[in-house]
Design a protein around this ligand. Structure first.
Ligand code: ZN
Length: 346
């Protein structure tokens, strides 16, 4: 037996579809009742973790593993995240971010795409992924809303993936980059405020007393809520705030990242209209925050945003004035209408 054959593992399973290197190494190690680290040491790669290896494998490291497992260096490389640019590697999760009911049948196999925040459909089974706590998306957003948002979320996910692979043509044309858009979406457009009436669950008087801390807790109000009003309407109020900028993606839940993808797609398509809408909805503090973020956008885009904002503000003023006059002309004394006074008139 020659030296090359002697160093071959007697059994090394072929990688499953889309399997990531850390998962495959754990499976191989499991066969020999070893840890993945011990297996790597056996390969001559002591002191390197599987998670670090799959982020950036040198040709020498790839060749070592390939030779021991009897696979091609290309097969080993295909299990890594080499396509991701270094600036995007921080989003790679050590295990699946969300839950695929079909993948759950083979829990030992971890897939590459499942580690990325913008994967909303399983790359192997094609099914919509569920949240990590095994709640399907339909439990957050009605199916009719999902049907409308899915194509937009796919466009946003595609732009996020392009940015991660350093192939984002938009950012190169001087338009706002993906990090610029995420910074905008995660900026507060209003001061934090407690859950509004429409955000509160229906509670008895007794329950309201117990839930006092929840009902008075200030919630961050980020521009994401203006860009994706569907998220604002259906997301649980305490789960609405996301982290700031790119960290939002890395730390976001399935619903939050889906909303961020929709927001990125809408801002990509209509940056001027979307930014102006957030400014129009902002309070003074929020406007200052948003303008600080917009400062790094191209100046021509900023000028168009201001023109659009003036149009929106004018339309709002014109739309409100007749209503106000109508109210003044009305002879109804709302305080005397019991159904109304009980709810709105102090
Ligand atoms: Zn799957």
């Amino acid at each position: 037996m020659n030296a090359a054959l002697a160093s071959l593992l007697p059994v090394a399973p072929r990688p499953a579809a889309e399997e990531r290197l850390s998962s495959w190494l754990s499976r191989v190690a499991g066969i020999y009742d070893m840890s993945a680290n011990a297996l790597l040491a056996h390969f001559g790669l002591a002191g390197v973790s599987a998670l670090a290896l799959e982020q950036g494998l040198s040709a020498r490291q790839g060749a070592l593993i390939a030779a021991r497992a009897g696979l091609s260096a290309r097969t080993i490389d295909n299990m890594t995240f080499a396509a991701l640019a270094p600036h995007a590697r921080f989003v790679i999760a050590p295990s699946a971010r969300y839950f695929c009911p079909s993948c759950a049948k083979t829990p030992a196999i971890g897939r590459r795409d499942a580690a990325l925040p913008w994967t909303f459909w399983c790359s192997v089974h094609g099914v919509r992924l569920w949240a990590r706590d095994k709640r399907p998306m339909e439990s957050f957003l009605p199916e009719s809303v999902l049907e409308r948002l899915d194509p937009i979320a796919r466009r946003g996910a595609a732009r996020l993936a392009a940015w991660a692979e350093d192939h984002d043509p938009m950012g190169e044309t001087g338009a706002p980059t993906v990090p610029d858009l995420l910074r905008f979406l995660t900026t507060s457009y209003r001061r934090p405020s407690p859950p509004s009436l429409s955000e509160q669950p229906r509670l008895s008087l007794e329950a309201r007393r117990t839930a006092h801390a929840f009902l008075t807790r200030p919630i961050a109000r980020q521009a994401l809520l203006v860009a994706v009003p569907e998220y604002d309407r259906f997301a649980p109020v305490l789960a609405k705030p996301v982290r700031s900028g790119l960290a939002a993606l890395a730390g976001g839940s399935l619903l939050q990242n889906y909303a961020l993808a929709v927001g990125v797609a809408r801002l990509t398509q209509n940056p001027v209209e979307q930014a102006a809408a957030a400014l129009a909805a902002a309070d003074a503090e929020g406007e200052t925050n948003l303008r600080r973020v917009l400062n790094i956008w191209p100046s021509a885009t900023r000028r168009r945003i201001d023109v659009e904002l003036r149009c929106l503000t004018k339309a709002k003023a014109a739309g409100e004035a007749p209503r106000r006059r109508q109210l003044q002309r009305s002879s109804t004394n709302y305080a005397r209408v019991p159904e109304i006074s009980a709810r709105f008139v102090p």
